[in-house]
Design a protein around this ligand. Structure first.
Ligand code: GDP
Ligand code: MN
Length: 381
């Protein structure tokens, strides 16, 4: 789950990272009032969950409350990379002398958090990595020891930061690491971390991605989720307890069990098709859940055929079959479907589907071949 800039910065601030004073506005009038309260020039920043807002015109300086109102009016409602701006952050403008990058992610291969810093702040770190990789310094953090001050100082000197900033940089790096681990984050980033005219450091931008699998431990963070910015299919999947990942192929797959779902995708590819999604309905799914899963699969316009691969254990095949019919009542479709139901109550399940003229198969290979053929408009018996 991605957090907005203002949310990420508030979390950083709880761990001692200095951020500009500022508030969120949903109307231009509110933006004016905030600018008035701050009593300083401000920067009005669109809050959408994509990077590069600056380049897209979603970040503007304003010297007076009047100007703040005018630029907020322009930015609110703006479309940035497909997302409509509904909120702006009005921050006290800062006096930027230098922009630094500071961020961290999990390095899965090393099983450590890696902290990265670069003197080339403000721009995309991917761009720096591609064009000037030597400008990025990294340290790996031992999870038992946590981040140590000497590691932060190593980064600071590695990127050529003057020594008088070491103390402040170290405090920020340690704070960011604490924010990262305490929130079970996958990514935390300050880009840019700036040096101001008075020599102080300030986190001007903030980005955080939280680990969805750990969110149950953080109800306060879960509340920050912005439903407007989640793809509707993903919201529906999450609310129904389904594991769903959209892919680019044409064969929708509904499977019970993550391993079986992976195997199903492999076999679809083996027979020349491309899976449109990974979807695990989980064990013991009832008809309603199956119906939700089918609605989600069919909401993808690329889907040319649907393959059901159900291994009935705790999950009952007749229950799944009923779910499929319920969904077809709700979302009538001409997309061809093939079902392979094996295990508990498979006969009943197949009979229910046969009565609805749906293709069935006994083996996964047969089902996958039929689904691939059907996706190409070939007739399946
Ligand atoms: P992003 O484009 O989505 O990454 O948004 P950022 O918050 O990083 O802002 C982009 C750029 O706008 C920064 O790199 C700065 O150069 C500039 N910027 C942001 N806030 C201020 C500010 O308070 N004062 C000034 N002068 N520039 C700012
Ligand atoms: Mn940025």
């Amino acid at each position: 789950m991605k957090l907005h800039e203002f949310q990420a910065k508030r979390i950083f601030a709880q761990y001692g990272v200095p951020i500009p004073r500022g508030e969120v506005a949903t109307t231009a009038t509110q933006a004016r009032e905030i600018a008035q309260r701050l009593g300083k020039p401000v920067v009005v920043k669109s809050q959408v969950l994509v990077g590069g807002r600056g380049k897209a015109g979603g970040i503007k300086l304003a010297r007076t409350p009047d100007e703040a109102e005018a630029v907020a009016d322009k930015i609110l409602g703006m479309n940035i990379k497909g997302l409509t701006v509904k909120r702006v952050l009005v921050d006290e403008a800062s006096d930027i002398r230098k922009e630094i990058y500071l961020g961290m992610v999990i390095d899965r291969a090393r099983r450590r958090v890696v902290m990265m810093a670069s003197s080339e702040g403000g721009v995309d770190i991917e761009e720096v990595a591609a064009t000037k990789p030597e400008a990025i310094k990294t340290v790996f953090i031992n999870p038992d020891l946590g981040m140590r001050a000497y590691q932060a100082i190593g980064l600071a000197s590695g990127i050529g930061l003057p020594q008088d900033h070491f103390r402040s940089f170290t405090q920020i790096a340690l704070g960011l690491y604490q924010a990262f681990t305490a929130s079970d984050a996958e990514l935390a980033e300050i880009n840019p971390l700036i040096i101001q005219g008075d020599g102080s450091l300030l986190a001007v931008d903030g980005k955080m991605v939280l680990d969805d699998n750990a969110l149950f431990r953080h109800p306060d963070l879960e509340e920050m989720r912005d439903l407007d910015e989640e793809a509707p299919a993903e919201t529906e999947a999450r609310l129904n307890g389904l594991s769903y990942v959209k892919l680019d192929g044409e064969i929708g797959c509904m499977v019970n069990g993550a391993g079986l779902a992976m195997a199903t995708m492999d076999i679809v590819k083996h027979f020349g098709g491309e899976p449109a999604n990974f979807l695990d309905i989980g064990g013991g799914a009832r008809a309603e859940k199956v119906a939700a899963a089918l609605r989600i699969i069919l909401s993808d316009p690329n889907v040319k055929a649907v393959l059901f691969n159900i291994f009935g254990g705790i999950t009952r095949c007749d229950e799944v079959a009923r779910g499929i019919l319920t969904a077809l009542d709700q979302v009538p479709t001409h997309v061809p479907m093939v079902a392979r139901l094996v295990g508990t109550n498979e006969e009943e399940g197949r009979a229910i589907l046969a009565s609805a003229h749906m293709g069935t198969a006994h083996t996964l290979a047969e089902a996958a071949q039929k689904a691939v053929a059907a996706s190409r408009g070939e007739l399946v018996a």
